[in-house]
Ligand binder design. Sequence first.
Ligand code: KG4
Length: 339
Amino acid sequence: MDTIILGIESSCDDTSAAVIKNGVLLSNVVSSQAVHEAYGGVVPELASRAHQQNIVPVVHEALKRAGVAKEQLSAVAFTRGPGLMGSLLVGVSFAKGFARSLNIPMIDVNHLQAHVLAHFIKESEEDNNQPKFPFLCLLVSGGNSQIILVKAYNDMEVLGQTIDDAAGEAIDKCSKVMGLGYPGGPIIDKLARQGNPNAFTFSKPHIPDYNYSFSGLKTSFLYSLRDWLKEDPDFIEHHKNDLAASLEATIVNILMDKLRKAAKNLKINEVAVAGGVSANNGLRNSFREHAGKYGWNIYIPKFSFTTDNAAMIAITGYYKYLDNDFCTIDKPAYSRVTI
Ligand code: KG4
C-alpha cells in the first residue's frame, strides 16, 4: 500500500504544504509573505495573520498539484517547533484538525531536523544522491548555526552551535547597517560576486570546541563602517561589493574552519549543508573546494529546499511514519528547542 504524507510548514514567514508518496515528492507549494519587507524583518503578528489567510489555499493547491485526494493521505506531518509561536499555532492547529477529520495519524516534526533531512527528498524514483550515515551537516539559517552529527534519520547529535547570533542573522544585520534591503542574505550574495573578499578584515571569534559566535563580527563590521563613513560619507556606495565580499568570506571561513575540524577529528568525509544560508554561493563554492582538497563527498541542497518548505517536513514525516512515530492531539507547539 502507498504511503502518502501531507507536510505542513508555518514556523516563520512561509506558509507551505507538500505531498510525498513513498518517499518521492509530488508537490511543494510555498507562499512567502512580502508584507515584512517594509519593516526590515519578520513581524510576528503579521506573519500569523498571513498564515491564517494562506493555509487553506496552500494545502488545497498542494493536494491538487499532487493529484491526491485528501482521503488517500496516510498521515499529516507538521512543524511543531522551533519557530514563532503565533505562526506555529496556525499550522499545528490546522494539521491536527485536518488529520482528526480524516481519522489518520498526525506526526510532529522538528523544523531543524527537517532542514537536515531535506537531503533525502527524492524528486524521482531514480534520484539516489543522498548522504550516507553517519554524516556531518552544517545547518545555517537565520536562527541557527550548528554542526550536527547525523547517525540515522531520527538520531542526530549537535556537536556545536552558535553561542549568540546565527550566521544568517549576522548577514541580515550587517546588510541592514549598510542600508540594503531585507532579507540581506541574497543581496550580500549578489554583491559579493563582484567584490574582493580580501579588501577588508573583520574580527574573527576564538570560541572553543565546535561552537560558533557571530556577534563580535557584527560589532566589528559596524564600528569599522562608522570610522570609514567619517572619512568618506559615500563609503558604502563606493565599496559596496568589496564590503559584501569581505563580510561573506569572513563568515564562510568561520563556518568552514570548525566544520573541517569536526570532519578531521571524527574521520567523516560525508558532509552536507542545510538551511537558508546554504543558498549562499560563497559557502557553496567553499564546500566544492573542500571536496577537492579533503576528499569530502558533499551534499548541497537545491535552492528551493534551502529555505523553509514543507517538502522537508513531509520527508521527515515519512521516515517517522515508517517508524510508527506518531503524535497525540495534546502535544503543543514549542518556540525553542534544539535537535
Ligand atoms: O532557513 P531560513 O529560510 O529561515 C530560518 O531562519 O529558519 O534562513 C533564512 C536566512 C536569512 O538570514 C537569509 O538572509 C539567509 O537565510 N539567506 C542567505 C541567502 N539566502 C538566504 N544568506 C546568504 N546568502 C544567500 N544567498
